[in-house]
Structures are given as structure tokens and as C-alpha cells.
Design a protein around this ligand. Structure first.
Ligand SMILES: [Zn+2]
Length: 370
């Protein structure tokens, strides 16, 4: 018969273990004095509990998604637009046609500050008029320029067609280079990427083209329609100026942009405002990764896990709703979740928890009596 090995600490080991514990306690780790995952305080899970979890359609269970997108590498993007977005804690997608860029510093600075740098081809070519090998050159050369000049940028996830001009034949070519491509355009609610917004949609995203006349109410009606329908709106801008010439249909007045940013930020309870790359990555993970959920009876915990993403996407946490055991919902229990990091969790509608789960993460959820 096998005997369990007796674990004896030497004096030196004991000292260092005690020291580690004190250090951990000083640093605020609870794990030293009591491992929460094996805590005797954790409530048992009833036999009949069937664990079930689902991924929220949009991150943080928002109703809809919205992206600020900027085409053509204009100076007003980093001079005027980005600071206004950043005041509200927002980021945008900047689609650069790389041929004319002499000074990369403003663009790498945007990337460092959390904005997305995306491709708008090398020379702003009208792709349908090119031969396939010329199309591939335009795509590859832009990627080479971007990754060579933006420190830290390894993958150019997003793409926007110059002039929104594309053909069905181009889509599979671009899909070999980018996770998502923005093709269609409109200036009304037809610009909304309506549900289902899935991996197929990523190959032919639509956008709302900002151009004169600049009617904020009109634009906000489309935003509200996006919220109502639960879709994804990509609003794309060209130049911005404080006092643009009325004859220039593609230079938006800064006050119009500011008004739009304020109005969108005021709707952030219902809108997930993020870059094209972040939202495309979330959709890819939501569709491509299979959530696993089970009960760890030894630990009295529900375990939720997600496999690693096997394609290059931004590692965006998925928002997951978990139905908890009934016994956890009765009485005044403390619900806890621990994966790579600890999460505060609360019941949302009496029976479910909302969790944030990274690809490749295992998350334990348990209840403790107060
Ligand atoms: Zn363009």
C-alpha cells in the first residue's frame, strides 16, 4: 500500500515559508492564509445543478457596438480627432495608406496610446481596377510599411478599401491578409452591420460615411437604431478642421465631431465603443472558441474555461453569463471568481453572473457564507 509522504519542513524552509507568507500577506494576497479555491467556507454545489454558460453577443453585455474609423492618414486625425476621443477614454481605428507617409512618429504615438493602426492599402489604389498580383502588392507593401514603422505592431488586423470600392473576387484575397475588411458604405441606417454579425460579416463590413451636410441628429438616429437592433456601426471620417470650406464635402467641422463624440460617450452604457480590430477579434473568439463549463466538486466551484485562440486576433476577454447553483442564490452569500486575476462578481438577475474570460484562461467561481 502506498503511504502518503510526510511533508516535513526543515527549519530553514519553515523560515522562508513563513517569510513568504508574511510577504504575501503584506502584499495583500489572501491565498497564503486560506486558499480560496479549497476554502472550507465554500458552499457545496447541489447534485442536480447543471452548469451552463453563454458568451454575450457584445463585450460587457452591451447592446451594440460602435467604431470610430479614420481614412487616408490625414494630420487632423492625430492633431484634432485623437485628443477629443482620448478625453472621453475612447480609441479609434486609423486606416493608413502608407505611400505618402514621411513622419511616422504621430502614428506610432497613437498606437502606443491604444488606438488601432490599420491598412488602407499602399497607394490608395482602386483595387477592382488592378490585376490580382498588383492587389497583393498593395496589401503586402502596406503591411510591411506599417509593421516596420510602428514599433510593437506585429499584425495588421483591419483593412478599409479605398473609395469603399471592392468586388466579391477581392474579398478572399484581402481575407488572407486581414482579420476584417470594411467595404460597403452608406449615409443612413443601411450602414449598420445588422445581426447576425458573425465571422462572415467580418469579410464585408459596412461603414457610415461622414460627409456634408453634417447633420448630427440624422447621424444620432442611426446610432440609436444600432442600439435598438443590436448591431455594429462603423463611422468613418476623412479630414477634420475647425472651420472647413463649405465646398469641401469630406472635411468635417470639428464642432460636429466633438458633438458626435459627446453624444456617443453619453450612450456608453448601451454601446461597446472599440476599434475595428478589437470588435472583430471578439466576434472571432465568440464564434471560434468553444466555452467549457463544469463542476469541480472537490473545490465546490464551477469551472469555466476557454481554449487559446489558434488564429492571430487581439486577446480580447469574452463576456460570459454563467447560471449558478440555486443554493448560491438563497441567503446572503459572497460570490467570488478567480482565474488569472480575481474578479468581483454579483448576481445580475437572481440566477446569472457576468464574467470576463480571457482566451486560454480557467476561471473558478464559488460562493462563501458571509
Ligand atoms: Zn480613402
Amino acid at each position: 500500500m502506498l503511504k502518503a509522504p510526510k511533508f516535513v519542513l526543515s527549519r530553514a524552509q519553515w523560515r522562508s515559508a513563513t517569510y513568504a507568507c508574511c510577504l504575501a500577506a503584506c502584499l495583500g494576497f489572501a491565498a497564503c492564509t486560506r486558499n480560496p479555491l479549497t476554502s472550507e467556507d465554500s458552499l457545496p454545489i447541489e447534485e442536480e445543478y447543471q452548469p451552463s454558460a453563454s458568451v454575450c453577443y457584445w463585450r460587457l453585455d452591451k447592446k451594440a457596438a460602435l467604431t470610430f474609423s479614420f481614412d487616408d492618414a490625414r494630420a487632423s486625425h492625430w492633431q484634432l480627432a485623437a485628443p477629443i476621443l482620448e478625453e472621453k477614454g475612447l480609441v479609434g481605428t486609423f486606416n493608413l495608406n502608407t505611400k505618402g507617409i514621411r513622419d511616422w512618429k504621430p502614428w506610432s504615438s497613437l498606437y502606443e496610446r491604444g488606438h488601432e493602426i490599420a491598412s488602407h492599402t499602399y497607394s490608395h489604389a482602386r483595387l477592382p481596377s488592378l490585376r490580382p498580383e498588383e492587389v497583393e502588392f498593395e496589401l503586402q507593401r502596406a503591411i510591411d510599411d506599417l509593421t516596420a514603422n510602428i514599433p510593437g505592431l506585429k499584425q495588421v488586423l483591419s483593412f478599409a478599401y479605398p473609395y469603399c470600392d471592392y468586388t466579391p473576387e477581392l474579398i478572399p484575397i484581402v481575407a488572407r491578409y486581414h482579420l476584417s475588411q470594411r467595404a460597403g458604405r452608406a449615409t443612413d441606417s443601411r450602414a449598420i452591420n445588422a445581426r447576425p454579425v458573425d465571422v462572415t460579416t467580418l469579410n464585408c463590413l459596412k461603414g457610415y460615411w461622414i460627409r456634408s451636410p453634417y447633420d448630427l441628429e440624422d447621424l444620432l438616429r442611426v446610432v440609436d437604431e444600432t442600439v435598438r437592433s443590436g448591431g455594429w456601426l462603423i463611422v468613418f471620417w476623412h479630414s477634420l478642421a475647425r472651420d472647413p470650406s463649405p465646398s469641401d464635402p469630406n472635411t468635417a467641422p470639428l464642432a460636429f465631431f466633438q458633438g458626435f463624440v459627446d453624444a456617443v460617450a453619453a450612450r456608453s452604457d448601451s454601446l461597446w465603443i472599440a476599434t475595428q480590430g478589437e470588435i472583430a477579434s471578439y466576434i472571432w473568439e465568440r464564434e471560434g472558441l468553444h466555452l467549457q463549463v463544469g463542476v469541480d466538486r472537490k473545490r465546490n466551484a464551477v469551472k469555466v474555461s476557454l481554449p487559446e485562440a489558434n488564429r492571430t486576433v487581439l486577446p480580447i476577454p469574452l463576456t460570459v453569463r454563467l447560471a449558478v447553483p440555486e443554493s448560491w442564490t438563497k441567503g446572503n452569500h459572497l460570490l467570488r471568481a478567480q482565474g488569472r486575476r480575481r474578479q468581483q462578481v454579483q448576481l445580475r438577475d437572481g440566477r446569472t453572473l457576468q464574467l470576463e474570460l480571457d482566451p486560454g484562461e480557467e476561471l473558478y467561481v464559488w460562493a462563501e457564507g458571509r
